[in-house]
Design a binder for this molecule. Structure first.
Ligand code: SAH
Ligand code: DHB
Ligand code: MG
Length: 222
């Protein structure tokens, strides 16, 4: 019952607030056709990422976990002319499908997809001075979330915002003895946040078409 209601409300909110968008619809369809798991952010969450980038006036955005490029397109739409978004994806097929969706959306000149495990790509990005990023969206594997936050911090400036998806996972996050690597990764992130004075953060539980989950929002203070 709850899930059905959450989905109805999400559909209502998206219908009321979000204009239909051929490029976003096509990106989802391309992911379905390619057999990708349908785990992209929901429309209202995508719109949230877009609005956040707008509010920040973001010119440089980093994403970890591209999938079909749905969240990527949302955030890239917020960039001013000359803005850039780099998105890291381990699966070359996901990356290729996403690249064609970026071409269709006419966003390909702003978006760079780097293929490889994010932990392998991040040192190179830092070494070539790709940052500092104004907004970082962490949405790849969950085991390495704390390492991703640490890399994001290294490539940030005062005021950079880091958003981390999927930090509640149907409530599993409170299981202190969970053997699940995803849960352990999220819990290690909260330990890092508690011990890192340069980061101020909150975490918000969410319900909706994707079930019961949540996101963390982190601001780099200095
Ligand atoms: N941000 C997307 C959803 C990402 S799903 C959206 O909301 O539209 C998670 C993605 O992370 C998948 O495509 C998966 O292949 C990728 N991924 C998993 N492990 C990774 C890793 N170690 N490095 C980079 N990407 C990874
Ligand atoms: C999963 C990953 C995600 O990024 C998400 O938003 C939902 C689910 C998953 O791996 O199951
Ligand atoms: Mg996610």
């Amino acid at each position: 019952m709850a899930q059905e209601r959450w989905t109805q409300v999400d559909d209502y909110l998206a219908g009321a607030l979000i204009p239909s968008d051929a490029a976003l619809d096509a990106a989802v369809r391309a992911g379905v056709d390619a057999g990708m798991p349908q785990i992209q952010v929901s429309p209202t969450q995508g719109r949230f990422l877009y609005l956040l980038a707008r509010v920040l006036g973001a010119r440089k955005i980093l994403e970890l976990g591209t999938l079909a490029g749905y969240s990527t397109i949302w955030m890239a739409r917020a960039l001013p002319p000359g803005g850039r978004l780099i998105t890291l994806e381990v699966d070359p097929n996901h990356a290729e499908v996403a690249r064609s969706s970026f071409r269709l959306a006419r966003l390909d000149s702003m978006i760079e997809v780097r293929v490889g495990a994010a932990l392998e790509s991040l040192p190179g990005l830092a070494a070539e001075g790709a940052g500092p990023f104004d907004l970082v969206f962490i949405d790849a594997d969950k085991e390495n979330i704390p390492e991703y936050v640490a890399w994001a911090l290294r490539m940030s400036h005062s005021g950079t915002v880091i958003v981390v998806d999927n930090i509640v996972r149907h409530g599993a996050v409170v299981d202190t003895t969970s053997p699940d690597a995803n849960v352990r990764g999220v819990r290690r992130m909260f330990e890092l946040l508690a011990s890192e004075p340069r980061l101020e953060a909150t975490a918000i539980q969410t319900v909706g078409v994707k079930g019961y989950d949540g996101f963390a929002m982190i601001r780099v203070t200095s």
